[in-house]
Design a protein. Structure first.
Length: 258
């Protein structure tokens, strides 16, 4: 038997079909079948607050006149951040590996009257993404992608930035686990059948997918961004469920040496 986590794209598609809003934002209010109208409003309001904060940081620390016309949200899910970007930008592209997530995002865009959004399926070359962007954004997404693959995505996305454009890339760099927790996570992702057995032991369905949380090297990402013309980088810390991370705000301008 091959472990389910050998195919994280398939796992994410299954998460998107089973519980898309909770998979995007792990709060009990957002489980499929339990969301009231107020919960749905809170879900999308959290995206608006996030976009407002991101743009405020960019204008305060990188570019006071920043007003992106074209934006891309990598790992757009059901549109939590995509829709607020569509309210502020002339054109927005949402990219996700899950067709189920894209289908839900498409419904949400239709309901919101967001006609300036293009939704595309992700592949490892981002071959369906067209043109360059003033803002490229990815938040609480890349930690669920195996590190080497995620680094390639960051490289490709940084290459899509227009001159003066801003990239916002969120990654985790450490996940505090007990020695037993580290062993069990390693087994889930490496040992055939271990993930299914641990699901059963925890009272879950045998084929419940695993949402990976991977730790990135910030140093490697900084070198990667520098090599692709991002001469300014601002770092902000984050923490989600004990996993510590950073948001790398990078601007595509010439490097100024000190």
């Amino acid at each position: 038997m091959t472990p389910l986590t050998n195919d994280p794209d398939r796992d994410w598609e299954r998460l998107g079909r089973a519980d898309p809003y909770f998979a995007v934002l792990s709060d009990e209010r957002f489980h499929r079948g339990r969301m009231a109208d107020a919960d749905r409003d809170a879900f999308f309001d959290s995206g608006r607050a996030h976009v407002a904060r991101v743009l405020a940081i960019v204008r305060e620390r990188l570019d006071p006149g920043f007003a992106p016309a074209r934006a891309l949200d990598f790992g757009c899910g059901v549109g939590r951040v995509l829709l607020p970007l569509a309210e502020r930008c002339a054109e927005v592209t949402g990219v996700d590996v899950s067709e189920a997530m894209l289908a839900e995002a498409r419904r949400n865009c239709h309901d919101a009257g967001a006609t300036n959004v293009r939704l595309v399926a992700s592949d490892d070359a981002l071959s369906r993404v067209e043109g360059s962007f003033d803002l490229v954004h990815s938040y609480i997404v890349l930690q669920h992608v195996p590190v080497r693959r995620g680094e390639r995505f960051v490289a490709l996305l940084a290459e899509r930035l227009a001159p003066g454009g801003v990239g916002v890339f969120h990654v985790t760099y450490t996940r505090p686990l007990s020695p037993l927790g580290r062993v069990l996570y390693w087994a889930r992702t490496r040992v055939p059948g271990a993930h299914a057995l641990l699901n059963v032991a925890l009272g879950r369905a045998r084929d419940s997918p695993l949402m990976q949380v991977n730790a990135y090297s910030v140093t490697r990402l900084l070198e990667l961004l520098r090599a692709r013309g991002c001469g300014e980088v601002l770092v902000r810390f984050s923490e989600h469920a004990g996993s510590r991370g950073v948001l790398l705000f990078c601007r595509k301008v010439a490097v100024e040496e000190f």
